[in-house]
Write a protein that binds this ligand. Structure first.
Ligand code: UDP
Length: 341
């Protein structure tokens, strides 16, 4: 998919040097966001508890003179190194474990990260007059009856199931963000992120692309949950970061979330075919039970993002997968230098 926008209209901050706080900036999407903001000439403060991030993501950023890392958990009071910075003009909240096995490992902390953590960051935005962007999730649609999912679809979420700590936490965070906006306390934007993949994912993340690619490269059995007919739509990380920055910088007047994701939909078996093609693997495939409340179908309707932000994804799955496979190949080699696929 292509569009003909220029880099100049691609959400850069109008040439003005901003100071961005990126909560969760050492994580998968966060580390790419920090890198892009630094490349655009901005100052970046990354706040992260390093719970699910790869420390090497951070090491790649730490050499930059406009980059500051602060270790902290947004569930706790924000560190002084953050609260004393009155120059913060943008706050991106990407702090939360996002892979089902990881966010289910400590569900109470996951819920508090979205609820308490978002409240702390919104209050900071109010105090310093910063614009605030919440990364919400396609999970707010639950196991959707509407397809593709538009932002005005209210979802079908099991509020007592094992995914609820994440889904309901993000739904509460959205509610809070829009209340801050309604009350004039902060200028907020809410992105509903659909499945995203690319370099800097953790090999042990547990999500489908990292699992399948690493299993294929290592020659391990490839795990397909259920019969593999469930669908997802996979967005390459550079497209996602572009969408997030555009959303932050757009002059928005209406209060509504914006879907960000790639609308090309694949069954997990179709994804498997692509992974096999990209890696040439001869791994066997094993079918395992479908996790509880695993959504059957997921595809974003991105008309709102396209109209408001002039955004749509550019990187097709085959291209993104090739880049991701090369990343994981190196990652696995660094872990075990004898490794060869
Ligand atoms: N999945 C799979 N094998 C794996 C990991 C995941 O078949 O090793 C399936 C999972 O059941 C789901 C889809 O792939 O249907 C996407 O899972 P993921 O954890 O990446 O994200 P989700 O969209 O479920 O949050």
């Amino acid at each position: 998919m292509k569009n003909d926008r220029t880099e100049k209209d691609g959400g850069s901050m109008n040439g003005k040097r901003e100071t961005a706080l990126v909560a969760g900036g050492a994580g998968f999407i966060g580390s790419h966001l920090c890198r892009t903001l630094l490349d655009q000439g901005h100052e970046v403060i990354c706040l992260d508890n390093l719970q699910t991030s790869r420390e090497v993501n951070l090491r790649m950023l730490e050499g930059h003179r406009a980059f500051t890392f602060v270790r902290g958990d947004i569930v706790d009071p924000l560190p002084d190194a953050v609260t004393r910075r009155r120059d913060i003009s943008r706050i991106y909240n990407l702090a939360c474990a996002a892979s089902p096995p990881q966010y289910q490992a400590d569900p109470e902390h996951t819920m508090l990260t979205s609820v308490v953590g978002t409240d702390r960051l919104l209050r900071l935005a109010e105090q310093v007059g910063a614009r605030f962007l919440l990364t919400s999730t396609s999970e707010v649609y639950g196991d959707p009856e509407a397809h593709p999912q538009r932002e005005d679809y209210r979802g079908w979420v099991n509020c007592t199931g094992p995914r609820a700590c994440y889904d309901e936490g993000k739904r509460a965070a959205e509610a809070m963000a829009f209340d801050f906006a309604r009350l004039g306390r902060a200028d907020v934007r809410v992105a509903r992120i659909f499945n995203t993949y690319g370099p800097n994912m953790h090999p042990d993340d547990g999500r489908v692309i990292s699992n399948l690619v690493c299993q294929a490269l290592s020659g391990d059995a490839i795990t397909i949950y259920g019969d593999g007919s469930q669908t997802r739509s996979f967005c390459f990380v550079s497209d996602m970061v572009d969408g997030l920055i555009r959303l932050m910088e757009a002059p928005l007047s209406d209060m509504a979330p914006v879907n960000l994701g790639n609308p090309e939909e694949y069954s997990i078996l179709q994804l498997l075919d692509q992974v096999v093609a990209a890696t040439g693997t001869r791994s066997q495939v094993v079918f395992q039970p479908l996790p509880v409340d695993d959504p059957r179908r997921r595809r974003p309707d991105i008309r709102r993002a396209s109209q408001l932000l002039g955004w749509e994804p550019r990187v097709p799955l085959s291209e993104g997968l090739a880049i991701t496979c090369a990343f994981f190949e190196k990652e696995l080699y660094d872990r075990a230098p004898g490794f060869a696929c």
